[in-house]
Design a protein around this ligand. Sequence first.
Ligand code: ADE
Length: 224
Amino acid sequence: MRIDIITVLPELLKSPFEASILKRAIDKGLVEVHLHNLRDYTDNSYNQVDDYQFGGGAGMVMMIEPIDKCISQLKSQRNYDEVIYMTPDGSTLNQKMANSLSLLENIIILCGHYKGVDQRVRDLLITKEISIGDYVLSGGELGAAVLCDTIIRLLPGVLNDETSALTDSFQDGLLAPPVYTRPAEYKGVKVPEILLSGNFGKIEQWREEKALERTEKLRPDLLQ
Ligand code: ADE
């Protein structure tokens, strides 16, 4: 998979890809992530990417021209399955969306700033709009990092134990069951007996029950 991220703040997006699972995925060649500084696609002397909004009002708007130039250049080199715009008014990211995006070959992610982008960018260039939640970030970069993390960890070969993404919360529409490790007893609090029994059929059944119990208690909306 290849992910091209268009941003005015590439430095904000570097570190998530330089550590841990994402770095390993890149080093193993399982994913390519390319950051593109939108200011490199301006032809004014101030490298200006935004301007006042028509009709007046507070806040600057990102101009279509540099965005179009950058996206067109990328599209001239390969086909893209989706051109995603990170915005608080997009569809809220969930596991199902991450699963389907992880099957794609090439995607572009555009990070918004200021009051957002000229509507013509959204009408003409964007194929999907994604929000990471009902709150406003100062830019789309942290949202893009979240989106990339959730997609990349699903790519085959990225996690050491390939089944572990399958047992994540949400993968079967439920929250994950509780997990324990050594010691079997800590300050008088014991690990549930069943987990030490070696009876894997019973353990699986217990986990399913706990997953359901937890979901009913913490996220009943997932069961509706
Ligand atoms: N940009 C600003 N707020 C955002 C959000 N909640 N999700 C994605 N991109 C954003």
